[in-house]
Design a protein around this ligand. Structure first.
Ligand SMILES: [Zn+2]
Length: 358
């Protein structure tokens, strides 16, 4: 039983159970929330729940044992279609939706979802990485969303509604997912048999801000240590000392045989920076701050040094978001990091960064 094995997101489970009881399930959903908190697993669980003939709607539970449940668990159910961004691509290619040029509309998710369900009355499509729909993929998908077959349930998984075209958004029911609480995340990490780390699960959970993915990255002591140095550099308001730009490039290339891993490492650098400035903004405007001891100390140090209006912090967040979009386009880390650090220094000194296109 996929849902039962999950930690957190109970309210969303109950919400779907109520829809199933009333037999009123919209055809398209957008699951939105930070990366690495279990949205995709939740979608698998939803497929298991709705495709199981012996489900218990009151308990929001599939039986977990029948032939169909096992097919969903092993991702072999004929009525469960899944697409995701290939690791070596920057977008969800149109081929995944309507087939390649030679086979247009003969294969792909938009065709497959129209074919009658084989085992029951529903057919499921899970579109992971929906943040990465490009214009052509979004347009072909939109045709399906405009007139979905009556048996179809289509789930887009992304981080935020802002990343979707308004035409897609207006046809989707938005389901928000919150980050896991530190307690939920600690429990989950303690249960993960494959996770080995000298760092205590509770410390990882606090540092990871509710994301399983980040907690797993931080479980590597090298990554944990790098984060600490990065936060110290940021808290000095003068990031880049001691040749830290080179240290970031080296970190990006650690264990990165593939471009995708390098991108992920750089994304992590951006994410940690964004978390830092968000908390700094909270601290400067009197809102509560959250995080582990390392982050809290960095925020206190930075707040003591910060001399600009609090609104200036928003520029740093914007600049890091901009850095992340460049990384998605495969920017060379060396070329991206130096200007980033320089802009963060300028922002702390009261300037508006020129590189941000707004
Ligand atoms: Zn079942």
């Amino acid at each position: 039983m996929i849902w039962e094995s999950m930690i957190g997101h109970r309210e969303q489970m109950r919400r779907f159970a109520r829809m199933a009881q009333r037999q009123k399930i919209p055809s398209t959903f957008l699951f939105a929330g930070p990366e690495g908190i279990g949205k995709r697993l939740f979608a698998h669980g939803l497929a298991e729940f709705l495709l199981c003939p012996q489900r218990d709607a009151d308990a929001a539970a599939a039986c977990g044992r029948c032939f169909f449940c096992r097919q969903v668990q092993t991702l072999n159910h004929p009525d469960l279609l899944i697409v995701e961004k290939p690791a070596d691509k920057n977008a969800l290619p149109i081929e995944l939706f309507v087939g390649d040029r030679e086979h247009r509309s003969q294969t792909g998710l938009c065709r497959d979802i129209r074919i009658k369900p084989q085992s029951g009355s529903r057919k499921f499509a899970i579109i992971d990485d929906a943040d990465y729909l490009n214009i052509e993929s979004a347009n072909v998908l939109l045709k399906t969303l405009e007139e979905p077959p009556p048996h179809a349930i289509i789930i887009l998984i992304g981080t935020s509604p802002q990343r979707q075209l308004s035409t897609i958004l207006s046809r989707s029911q938005l389901i928000n997912f919150a980050p896991l609480s530190p307690d939920e995340l600690t429990k989950l990490l303690e249960r993960s048999a494959d996770l080995e780390s000298p760092i205590a699960s509770a410390d990882l959970a606090l540092a990871a801000g509710g994301s399983v993915k980040v907690a797993r990255q931080l479980a590597d002591p090298k990554v944990y240590e790098f984060r600490q140095t990065w936060l110290e550099q940021l808290s000095s308001l003068d990031p880049g000392q001691d040749d830290f730009a080179a240290a970031i490039v080296k970190f990006a290339e650690t264990g990165a045989k593939e471009a995708a891993t390098k991108r992920e490492n750089l994304y992590f650098v951006g994410d940690q920076g964004i978390v830092f400035y968000r908390q700094l903004l909270n601290r400067l405007t009197g809102f509560p701050i959250e995080g582990d001891a390392i982050l809290l100390e960095a925020i206190e140090n930075a707040a003591g040094r910060w001399t600009q209006p609090a609104t200036q912090v928003a520029w740093a967040i914007e600049r890091l978001t901009d850095f992340q979009s460049h990384i998605e386009l495969n920017a060379n880390p060396q070329n991206a990091i130096e200007p980033l650090l320089a802009d963060l220094r300028h922002i702390a000194a009261g300037h508006t960064p020129a590189a941000i296109e707004i």
